[in-house]
Design a protein around this ligand. Structure first.
Ligand SMILES: Nc1ncnc2c1ncn2[C@@H]1O[C@H](COP(=O)(O)OP(=O)(O)OP(=O)(O)O)[C@@H](O)[C@H]1O
Ligand code: SF4
Ligand SMILES: [Mg+2]
Length: 416
């Protein structure tokens, strides 16, 4: 799981967020939108992780959970776990995964499972963002920031830019008024804006300039992680390139880690070290960027990549058109959630939920096309919520079990 470079900054484990659906005369709880349903991945210091998937698959919810702008239904985001803690977490989640069985993929309440759950809970008390006190979380907020898609609605129209950018410093009582002013001027310069413009209101700036203001504000507390949620989608192409260049420069100057959420796959490719692909609340594939783009494994990723326009018309790429709409996250399909739209669907797919397994070194996919997946019978897992588990552990689908040989269908349909 360690990419061999920088230490892990955030380790997301079995994260779930179910939004309750209420209905009837007395507004009873009649179901859940399973917006995020067992998501796991790591973000290392100073790296960019791309997060892609169709609209409504849960990308923004994952970003908000990692910042604890939302509390999860279950699961953890471990902040700055050191190497020894990461090793222990990998072992504990691996143990739970190996115990998983039965028709619902539940973990039996064996002494071994309970002991692993207890140890995860002990580690969570120190490292999980969801176990931090409100005081500790308040201090961490400056370190974990977000830049929103829409630079028009994300900045208060009644505040001077000086106050918009400096507000986090004021909230955290950082420095004197003069020192704060000095810092805000520095931040304006860092994002390529004129510090003389601090006395303007946001509506007096263009879209690209407003996005720079949003970035300056996110940088105010010297963060080590920023969620970039479609940061350039609302901007013209030429302005997009400027903003991406600023983000890259700031990352190398300040060792920032980014979660880069975007529909724009070419931009994700250019920005990210690794890419996580989500479908209906779950991770279906993740890999180092070039590996994912050149040899995608999951039929869903192959379809997404096939939809990227090819700049050179002499190059051909088989186009996989996804059939049908994305199913409702309130009633996801059984087994593999993609089976209702998958061109490679097999009889086992609606029956058994595939696990996210390492198909090639460092390249994970959840699909029955590749070896090592559970079959029908003992060990099979459906996508029913794992009610047997305490909520602090989350239901279990470890993303990082052993390596299996590749069965990669390569060719025109397999991306560029
Ligand atoms: N506060 C909420 N209450 C109920 N449902 C929600 C809430 N927030 C998100 N959802 C639902 O959760 C699912 C995931 O939403 P999310 O915004 O995370 O998707 P997304 O991948 O970011 O989509 P997009 O690409 O359109 O931004 C959607 O079905 C959405 O309707
Ligand atoms: S598990 Fe089956 S339905 Fe799902 S992506 Fe793989 S082949 Fe398609
Ligand atoms: Mg979103």
């Amino acid at each position: 799981m360690d990419n061999g470079s920088s230490p892990v900054l955030l380790s997301v484990r079995n994260l779930r967020k179910y939004f309750p659906i209420r209905g009837g005369l007395f507004s009873q709880h009649i179901g859940d939108v399973r917006a995020v349903d067992g998501v796991s991945f790591d973000i290392h210091e100073a790296e960019t992780v791309g997060l892609v998937g169709e609209s409504g698959c849960g990308k923004t919810t994952v970003g908000r959970l990692i910042l604890r702008l939302l509390d999860p239904t279950s699961g953890h985001t471990f902040y700055r776990p050191d190497g020894a803690v990461m090793g222990r977490l990998n072992a504990l989640y691996g143990t739970l995964e190996s115990l998983r069985g039965g028709p619902d993929g539940e973990v039996p309440s064996s002494p071994e499972a309970l002991s692993a759950l207890r140890e995860i809970d002990t580690i969570a008390r120190t490292y999980s963002l969801y176990r931090k006190s409100s005081g500790a979380m308040h201090k961490l907020r400056g370190k974990l920031q977000i830049v929103f898609q829409d630079p028009f609605s994300s900045l208060s129209p009644r505040m001077l830019v000086r106050d918009v950018v400096g507000e986090p410093l004021t909230i955290h009582h950082i420095g004197t008024r003069a020192q704060r002013y000095q810092r805000v001027a520095e931040l304006m310069t860092a994002v390529g804006l004129n510090p003389d413009h601090l006395w303007r209101f946001p509506h007096e700036f263009s879209g690209g300039q407003r996005q720079r203001i949003g970035i300056a504000r996110a940088l105010a507390m010297r963060p080590d992680f920023i969620v970039l949620d479609e940061p350039t989608s609302a901007l013209d192409v030429s302005v997009q390139a400027q903003i991406l260049n600023i983000l890259r420069r700031l990352q190398s100057e300040q060792r920032l880690a980014y979660l880069f959420i975007s529909h724009h796959l070419s931009v994700v490719r250019a920005m990210s070290r690794k890419v996580v692909v989500m479908y209906l609340g779950q991770v279906v594939e993740w890999a180092p960027t070039e590996d994912l783009f050149s040899r995608p494994l999951h039929p869903y990723t192959q379809a997404l990549l096939a939809a990227i326009p090819v700049p050179d018309p002499t190059l051909h790429r088989e186009r996989i058109i996804l059939k049908g709409d994305v199913p409702s996250p309130a009633a996801p399909p059984s087994g593999c959630r993609f089976h209702t739209r998958c061109p490679a669907v097999m009889p086992i797919c609606p029956k058994v939920e595939p696990r996210l397994l390492e198909v090639r070194p460092g390249h994970f996919a959840a699909c029955h096309l590749y070896p090592g997946q559970p079959s029908l019978g003992p060990g099979a897992a459906t996508n029913a919520p794992s009610a047997a588990l305490p909520s602090s552990a989350g239901a279990l689908s470890t993303p990082f079990p052993g390596t299996a040989p590749s069965l990669v269908p390569e060719g025109p349909g397999a991306g560029r």
